[in-house]
Ligand binder design. Structure first.
Ligand SMILES: Cc1cc2nc3c(=O)[nH]c(=O)nc-3n(C[C@H](O)[C@H](O)[C@H](O)COP(=O)(O)OP(=O)(O)OC[C@H]3O[C@@H](n4cnc5c(N)ncnc54)[C@H](O)[C@@H]3O)c2cc1C
Length: 426
């Protein structure tokens, strides 16, 4: 192999996947299952911590296709049957029980420790035949003379460099967004620009019975909110999302723990639930909230999961979109490889469909942050639309017509224009 001047004939793999989060492992597993020769390069040694514990019911469909739906209960992840909302005054809404809308195994979803969940997905891609190499950080892609991506440059923990070649490279690097960053395709959402601080509590209060695993979204002033995600082993993931200026006020503490403690007192339900618990481990902080890449593909390259787009996590859509995009990518890539055409243009349908799913979720996220909107107000005005709203909250976004729902929301508050980028593959 001529590494100085590589050509497409040097290809060692059909597909190289960069990153073994839910998007990368799903893409790799399903392509390996189809008999494709797949290499996964992951910079970390698994198991590793990752935020994003609360799942949407429609994750079930991709997990089932991966042969993992039953394994989720065998592992014993906390079951989640509903989502509920708590006002700034500490008043709790009636839970949205998923099974009341869709009587199907997917209606029971889970709160997962991502350390365990992501390891399970990585193991499954190995079982199905993918080669997975951990502790390999991809520094850049390799292009041929006409600019087509034909491989990757990798570094191991000792600093040794490697190169690998494939017919197609998948960027599944999550919020590192390797190629959207390098190509300057990453564009921040005009308004969804929050920051987040989060940690884990042990022994915090759980609601009884079916509600023990409910995700709770608790409002605090100035469009901020907390997530309260009860997991197994008596642990609860708690995080606050708000504008940076609100959390980091001039002249006040900049300590993440002190900021969280201050904000917890803003919501009585939250303060009461956390009171018996003990904070454990570190506090994490992240900014640069929602973004989308201007392109989903280049010749020989496809973007999946957070490497393509990230949406404010208020409705737990991240892992769902990662799994879904991984599944859609695997099918699109298999078709492209069969045709022998991995040009960006091959992935136009993939980009268009994925953007449509993201736009549906993006509209409901925007309305969530609008002071004029509340779920209660919407359902009171248009009770017949409760099923459509629940479709969105469970991730049933494929082929469902949300026009009536969004028109009804528009009667209450403004909705964003759809972003005109991300659809284009080239
Ligand atoms: C504060 C916060 C709270 C969230 N809460 C939720 C939630 O409750 N529910 C939910 O569904 N989603 C949530 N999310 C979103 C969720 O975490 C992500 O959408 C999801 O993890 C995306 O999966 P992914 O596979 O695209 O990326 P990731 O899971 O981030 O995986 C990317 C992988 O790529 C690897 N990698 C990165 N760069 C390289 C490189 N150069 N070379 C090799 N490997 C590399 C990383 O190590 C990582 O393992 C939250 C996100 C944030 C920020």
């Amino acid at each position: 192999m001529n590494l100085q001047n590589p050509t497409e004939t040097d290809s060692t793999y059909d597909v190289i996947v960069i990153g073994a989060g839910p998007a990368g492992s799903t893409t790799a597993a399903l392509l390996a299952e189809k008999g494709r020769n797949v290499l996964v390069l992951e910079k970390e040694k698994f198991p590793r911590y990752h935020v994003g514990e609360s799942m949407m019911p429609f994750c079930w469909y991709t997990l089932n296709r991966l042969g993992l739906a039953e394994k989720m209960d065998e592992i014993g992840f906390q079951q989640k049957h509903s989502v509920q909302f708590v006002t700034t005054e500490g008043k709790i809404s009636k839970p949205f029980y998923f099974f009341q809308h869709h009587d199907h195994p997917s209606s029971t979803t889970w709160q997962v420790e991502r350390m365990v969940f992501d390891q399970m997905l990585m193991d499954r891609s190995r079982e199905l035949g993918a080669t997975v190499v951990e502790e390999r950080k991809v520094r850049d892609v390799i292009r041929n003379d006409s600019g087509k991506v034909i491989g990757v440059k990798v570094v191991d923990p000792e600093g040794n460099e490697e190169t690998h070649f494939a017919s197609l490279v998948v960027d599944a690097t999550g919020r590192d967004a390797l190629m959207a960053g390098k190509s300057k395709w990453r564009t921040r959402d005009p308004e969804l620009n929050k920051i987040s601080i989060w940690t884990i509590y042990e022994g915090a209060m759980r609601d009884p019975g079916l509600d023990a695993g409910a995700t709770t979204v608790a409002y605090i002033p100035e469009k901020g909110w907390f997530w309260y995600i009860p997991m197994r082993n008596n642990r609860v993931s708690v995080g606050v999302v708000a504008e940076s200026d609100y959390l980091y006020r001039k002249g006040e503490t900049r300590d993440p723990g002190e900021i969280m403690d201050r904000e917890i007192q803003e919501n009585k339900w939250l303060a009461d639930h956390i009171a018996p618990g003990k904070q454990t481990g570190q506090y994490w902080v992240t900014g640069e909230y929602s973004y989308r890449s201007e392109r989903c593909a280049d010749d020989g390259l496809l973007l999946v999961g957070d490497a393509f787009a990230f949406l404010d996590p208020v409705f737990s859509s991240g892992t769902f979109l990662a799994l879904k995009s991984g599944e859609m990518a695997a099918d699109a890539i298999d078709e492209a490889l069969t045709k022998g055409d991995v040009s960006a243009a091959q992935f136009g349908d993939y980009g268009a469909k994925l953007c449509q799913h993201i736009e549906h979720m993006r509209k409901i996220v925007y309305s969530f942050y609008n002071d004029d909107f509340s779920f209660g107000k919407l359902i009171k005005a248009r009770p017949e639309l409760r099923p459509r709203l629940t479709d969105l909250l469970i991730g049933n976004v494929d082929g469902v017509d949300f026009t009536e729902l969004f028109d009804a929301i528009r009667d209450i508050c403004e909705l964003p224009e759809e972003l005109d980028y991300g659809y284009k593959a080239a």
